[in-house]
Design a protein around this ligand. Structure first.
Ligand code: FAD
Length: 292
């Protein structure tokens, strides 16, 4: 992970990274949301901007277009997500080399989830785990290769201990991890402590999401294996303003992770300029970014 700006020269404020995730647009209204995001991000100057990749290659062209659009922006640099599923090694190599030809130097290496509504041929998945993709990207000379970390364990894992061991191995070669979103504030320091016990000291950036609706929250939590604490589920189920509560929860989780020593916050923006602006403003002081 590399900072976009120089750290603040105010020695009393240690700058923490602030990064965002974007989705490639699917239709014209999605494109309008991206335009609004770009206008906002130019002001916020995130340390990096990551772009999701539809596992199986479903967003391959749109992801590449968006990543390429971010190359050379003076307010951030792109981190291209790339996933193993549905691709041969040769295809993954070709996607990575194509990025390099466009000046992309940073990738997030993921396994991906098997897409249910895609006709991608999964028997073509030659790389079974993200660690193999980290090795491939590293062998091609990317400046940084990040990985996913699952604070509450990956849903397919036999046990939390095994999942932590695999993550620690992945982090021996990767440069940093971005966490999956989570709603139990203790999950972040537990993850960092477990990794430290396994001898892994690489930066673990806390991933934070402001859920927008009960429907999307339950779908995403199910897919990612994220536990929603009962009291929070009750608040989400009964609130009259779901989005405002989502933002409040995201801010509280980010503040908690920063006070637990997180080196930065990665915001799953879902391309919402409004919630990104509110969350950034609330965190600016803790991030050492109250100049914005
Ligand atoms: P892995 O590290 O391969 O782990 C997957 C499972 O295999 C885990 O249970 C792990 O314990 C186990 N495992 C790992 N290594 C081994 C081994 N050697 N032997 C046996 N078991 C092993 N998905 C997308 O499709 N597109 C995206 O753009 C995307 N972006 C993401 C961004 C972030 C920050 C995060 C946190 C997730 C993202 N995902 C994305 C979701 C991700 O692809 C899924 O969570 C996926 O199920 C696991 O990916 P991974 O890279 O953690 O896989």
């Amino acid at each position: 992970m590399q900072r976009h700006d120089e750290p603040s020269d105010d020695s009393t404020v240690m700058r923490k990274s602030f990064s965002v995730e974007l989705w490639p647009a699917r239709n014209p209204s999605g494109q309008d949301r991206l335009v609004a995001m770009f206008e906002l991000l130019e002001k916020l100057r995130p340390d990096f901007t990551s772009v999701t990749y539809g596992a199986g290659g479903s967003t391959r062209d749109r992801t590449q277009e968006l990543v390429n659009e971010l190359v050379g922006k003076d307010w951030s640099y792109p981190v291209a997500h790339i996933t193993c599923v549905g691709h041969s090694r040769a295809e993954l190599t070709s996607i990575l080399l194509e990025y390099q030809r466009h000046g992309v130097e940073h990738v997030l290496a993921l396994r991906g989830d098997h897409p249910r509504d895609s006709d991608a041929d999964l028997s073509r998945s030659e790389l079974k785990h993200a660690i193999e993709l980290v090795e491939l990207a590293k062998s091609l000379g990317f400046r940084s290769v990040g990985v996913a970390a699952h604070p509450q364990g990956h849903p397919e894992s036999d046990s939390l201990e095994r999942d932590r061991e695999f993550l620690a191995r992945k982090l021996e070669i990767a440069d940093y991890a971005l966490t999956q979103f989570y709603f139990d504030a203790d999950a972040y320091p537990r993850l960092v402590d477990d990794l430290a016990r396994l001898g892994s000291e690489k930066p673990i950036v806390a991933g934070v999401m402001a859920p927008k609706s009960w429907n999307s929250l339950s779908k995403m939590a199910l897919l990612s294996g994220t536990h929603l604490p009962e009291d929070l589920a009750e608040r989400f189920a009964t609130t009259s303003d779901f989005e405002a509560l989502g933002i409040e929860v995201a801010i509280a989780l980010a503040q908690s992770a920063l006070s637990d020593g997180a080196p930065g916050i990665h915001l799953y923006t879902m391309n919402s300029a409004l919630s990104t602006a509110v969350i950034f403003e609330a965190l600016a002081k803790e991030l050492g970014r109250d100049d914005v």
